[in-house]
Design a protein around this ligand. Sequence first.
Ligand code: SAM
Length: 323
Amino acid sequence: MHPISNNCKHDLENASNPRPLPLPESGHEPVLLAETLEHLNPQPGKIMVDCTLGRGGHAAALAARLGPGGLLLVLDADPRNLDFARQRLAALPAGASPVRFFLANFAELPDVTAAAGCGPVDGILADLGISTNQLFDEGYGMSFAQPMPLDMRLDPRTPTSAADIVNKWREDDLANVLYQLAQERYSRRIARKIVEARRDSPITTTDRLAGLVRSAIPSRGGAPERIDPATRTFLALRMVVNRELENLQSLLRLAPQHLKRGGRLAVISFQSTEDRLVKQAFRSAEQTGLLKVLTKKPLSPADDELARNPRSRSAKLRAAEKN
Ligand SMILES: C[S@@+](CC[C@H](N)C(=O)[O-])C[C@H]1O[C@@H](n2cnc3c(N)ncnc32)[C@H](O)[C@@H]1O
């Protein structure tokens, strides 16, 4: 965990009414923003943590509502998004809360709050997964929409890339993660194809990997595919590389301990496996009396958001309050 910078500049003299922010283009629209704000209930003077700063969309809206007497701690495991959002949030208007930036994994939440000198906080947000730029920027090596070096690490300090996995893992282990993390029914065929291909030469690009996956999957007799057949393999590899489920489990265990009574936790997930973990963690915390679940069913984007931002279609928001 690396504290990056301290408070953004603010004109505290002029800081009374939070107002809508004239935000620069971020290349990533925050999903379920209104619903997230409603459930986190950021009020002037409160302290909140955005565990997945991304391009800073949710953070900007939170900072505007927390006001100059509040504090927003923001973190991201990706230094590139952290830098982008830091510049974006430096332009927050007077009336927004100070923002403190941390290059950290959200599994390190206790280190972040300790480094900021904060006790329990009033709200914690996690908007899981990746931002649009991370999917398409060549430097991340995640997309098969265009050829790029295969990588998938959000945090460049992560020791193992997707290329390491496809070139070094045993066939059975590869098949197992494809099946377990992305429910890929052709996991064994895909793993075999990868292992055969890497005997010729290492698999180092996203397009070569995608081609191998497609060639391992039987054709649907001309019926159109709903999604590219490589999608599930790429998702599973990204989840392994970035330890996404392990980190989420840590966060779900740690976050309630770092909330004040009445503090809120909101988690936005994009896959059924993640949503199931959130649902189960909230349910068991409710059974022990630690949390009260605020969303009996997860919230999904309304039609107008879906029309504006089709990428939001799989988003699910769950929220809970500390008892
Ligand atoms: C969906 S984006 C967040 C978008 C953000 N809410 C916004 O409005 O721009 C997810 C972000 O979380 C970061 N991230 C993913 N896993 C993380 C983890 N375990 N710890 C910290 N950041 C993580 C990613 O690097 C990415 O920037």
